[in-house]
Design a protein around this ligand. Structure first.
Ligand code: MN
Length: 736
């Protein structure tokens, strides 16, 4: 327990900081109602009470610090309130629902966004991931205030980083340099970026930082004298020319110097812009006038004049830059800009971001689009007008940014599924993927991924891609890999079927297959315009060529069919097909989806009829067996899902033949029953092939085999028979 004295000290500290915050707010936004901010402060105080930071200070100091940074950015009360509450959901028992109830939709929405981003570990191990991480963060954001709060949060944490353990410091500093600094830069927020980078540099590489610091300090006194001298010269010249302007000076930031030394392999005394003057003029014309005056006084360094007023940088930075050399040979840089340009350079998007009362949705959207475009900028665009013209198209990122469990970023098209994710990891992972966990929870494979999702793919060795996947995947990579696999494997099936058919035909005609040499097959293949014997086998499997026709060419002297004694069963696929399709195997009653020319036959176990839901199964050597979806065998067969193939009823219904179907009628054994049943059936103009009746104990079972055209036809008959008095039930028997 804190002593009373400590409690009072604590309260005094936070109250003082809150008063400072309110003062800044009143100064920057005099017309705003600050009730929301007060309420958020009290709420935050209550919920964080008793929590302390690593520094030993009350936790509340942090949200207050964040709010203060936001207030200095001139953010609106909604953003300030959200800043005060930004850690509530993460670090206290408060929920988003509570925040929404107390502070309304806008504040809750922003706090939710900040919390979501906080839950992602952006400390990437791989350098090249940083860009993706930055894009991901921004892809997750639909209100720019979320980003600004994250930047303020990070800035305050960096300012108080000294209280953490060195390894935590390193991790946070690295993340700051990789993620937050560049984001601040993209948003044109030069001031925050500079501070974030110097703090990041200091904790990530303390030794180099210290060296750089010493080197600059050693030159500081001389530098400041130098800047004061040239500053005075410049002020005098401007006055002579009748131009009113502010002249400021600065020494380049440590991290910028460090980067320059590393990149250009030079030493600190070779840095042109170690010292810089900044002139803030009243108008654009004045800016150019100042540039002319400067070049009259000092010699410009060739190639160092840059006109970012005419050609703004992609983050909308505007200024005139030039480097000049004094009489004694000291170089320095000059930046010339208007007040408005200066504000943009320092505050960036925050300068654009002045909320009036309530949300301005159309404007919000525009700003967000602007933001996203700024962030999308990855390379130096040589022509900013080109960049500006691209602002108008592609307003939304078409990508989602997801993670592997190890933290690698996987970029996928919008609405991608775990299947897309799996294929982006590795083709084999894609082929064998059977399920996925997203953020630790099992999801269906057709689940749509969102930015920030952590995706774990579950695989089963030997599992095969499904044709259905083509309907759900979004990435062209996954689509391509699945199609490729299906093509290869369907062909393999066809080759296998072709071989079996040839063997069967050969047995039938007693042609010893061993005597068939590859050269002969190759020759026939060539005659058919095919490359190799396998193409020929695939052709047979697909039904393009008959096995008999090929065999006849292989062994022209083949004799009469051999008698095998078991009749029908061994008569080969051709006759099976003929029987099924009434002697005409070209009657394409059933079609294999996307593969019109595979041989198909109706499975005898269920004898599906037109109109029934059917499913195909690639048999070994007999083509595709077509089962009714309701057939009990289907369940067993589907243990080998890779042999499943989609089939459909095809062709002209009227021209299609009929199928024998057996029904059993359960009825009373009474006089005239059979006659009534046959009458009902005859009324439908249906051919009756066979009738068998059995009776016992006054009950009768009558089996009838009918020629049925389709499911509707059968259902009509069954309904009709059921209406006959004394008929209890009518069942279709799948086996005939
Ligand atoms: Mn925080």
């Amino acid at each position: 327990m804190a002593t009373l004295r400590e409690q009072i000290a604590t309260t005094t500290l936070t109250v003082t900081k809150f008063r400072e915050l309110m003062r800044t707010l009143r100064a920057n936004r005099p017309n705003d109602d600050l009730e929301l901010v007060k309420k958020a402060y009290e709420y935050s105080q209550k919920n964080h009470s008793g929590q302390t930071r690593a520094s030993g200070e009350p936790y509340l100091v942090h949200p207050l610090g964040v709010a203060r940074v936001l207030a200095e950015m001139k953010m609106d009360p909604v953003a300030i309130a959200a800043g005060l509450l930004h850690d509530s959901v993460e670090d206290t028992s408060v929920t988003i629902v509570d925040i929404r109830k107390e502070f309304g939709e806008q504040v809750a929405h922003i706090v939710e966004g900040v919390t979501k981003i906080s839950q992602i570990d952006f400390a990437s191990r791989e350098e090249q991931q940083a860009e993706n991480l930055r894009k991901m963060m921004l892809a997750m954001v639909d209100d720019i205030r979320v980003v600004l709060i994250k930047l303020a949060d990070r800035l305050h944490n960096m300012r108080t980083l000294e209280h953490l353990e060195p390894d935590r410091q390193q991790k946070i500093a690295k993340e700051t340099l990789e993620i937050y600094g560049p984001i601040a830069h993209r948003l044109g927020m030069g001031k925050i970026r500079g501070e974030l980078e110097d703090l990041g540099f200091r904790y990530l590489d303390p030794i180099t930082y210290e060296q750089m610091h010493k080197a600059v300090e050693a030159r500081r006194k001389k530098g400041e004298q130098f800047l004061a001298r040239v500053g005075q010269v410049l002020r005098d010249k401007l006055k002579e020319a009748g131009i009113t302007a502010e002249v400021e000076s600065r020494i380049k930031r440590l991290f910028s110097i460090h980067k320059k030394l590393v990149r250009q392999k030079i030493n600190i005394d070779q840095v042109y812009d170690l010292y810089a003057m900044r002139v803030i003029a009243k108008s654009v014309q004045d800016c150019y006038a100042v540039l002319g005056i400067v070049h009259n006084v000092w010699r410009p360094v060739p190639g160092r004049i840059k006109d970012f007023i005419a050609m703004p940088r992609p983050n909308f930075y505007q200024s005139l830059h030039t480097s000049v050399i004094t009489e004694d040979g000291t170089p320095f840089e000059l930046q010339i800009r208007t007040e408005e340009m200066h504000r943009m350079a320092e505050e960036g998007i925050a300068a654009h971001w002045k909320y009036k009362d309530g949300p301005v949705s159309a404007q919000d959207e525009q700003r967000l689009a602007w933001l996203r475009q700024v962030v999308e900028w990855q390379r130096d665009v040589s022509d900013p007008t080109e960049f500006l013209s691209t602002l108008k198209i592609d307003l939304y990122p078409e990508e989602v940014y997801t993670f592997t469990p190890k933290g690698k970023v996987v970029v996928l098209p919008r609405e991608s599924t775990p299947i897309d994710f799996a294929y982006s990891i590795h083709t084999d992972v894609g082929h064998s993927c059977v399920g996925a966990k997203v953020n630790g929870r099992m999801v269906p494979l057709r689940h749509r991924l969102h930015s920030g999702d952590i995706v774990e793919i579950l695989t089963a060795p030997g599992h095969k891609p499904s044709r259905d996947w083509l309907g759900v995947v979004k990435s062209s990579r996954a689509r391509h890999k699945i199609k490729h696999w299906l093509n290869i494997h369907q062909r393999e099936r066809a080759v296998e079927i072709g071989r079996k058919l040839i063997e069967k035909e050969a047995r039938k005609y007693r042609v010893p297959l061993k005597e068939i040499r590859d050269e002969e097959l190759q020759k026939i293949a060539s005659d058919y315009g095919l490359g190799q014997p396998d193409d020929l086998m695939a052709g047979i499997g697909y039904g393009k060529y008959s096995a008999r026709q090929i065999l006849a060419r292989l062994a022209p002297a083949a004799g009469e069919p051999a008698e095998t004694g078991d009749g029908d069963k061994s008569s080969g696929l051709a006759s099976v097909v003929r029987r099924v399709f009434g002697g005409d195997s070209n009657n394409n009653a059933i079609r294999v989806k996307g593969q019109g020319d595979l041989l198909v036959y109706r499975a005898r176990c269920c004898n599906p009829i037109r109109g029934e839901d059917i499913v195909g199964y690639v048999t070994r050597g007999k083509g595709v067996a077509v089962h009714a979806q309701s057939c009990p065998n289907v369940v067993n067969l589907m243990y080998e899902p890779e042999r499943r193939i989609d089939v459909e009823w095809a062709g002209d219904e009227a021209a299609a033949g009929s199928y024998p179907v057996k029904i059993t009628v359960f009825c009373d054994d009474r006089f005239g029953m059979l006659k009534q049943i046959t009458a009902v059936i005859s009324d439908t103009k249906t051919n009756i092939r066979n009738v068998e009746a059995r009776t016992s104990n006054g009950q009768g079972n009558i089996d009838v085999i009918l020629d049925i055209i389709d499911l509707k036809h059968l259902e009509n008959i069954i309904t009709g028979v059921r209406k006959i008095p004394g008929v209890h039930d009518v069942q279709r028997l799948q086996k005939i």
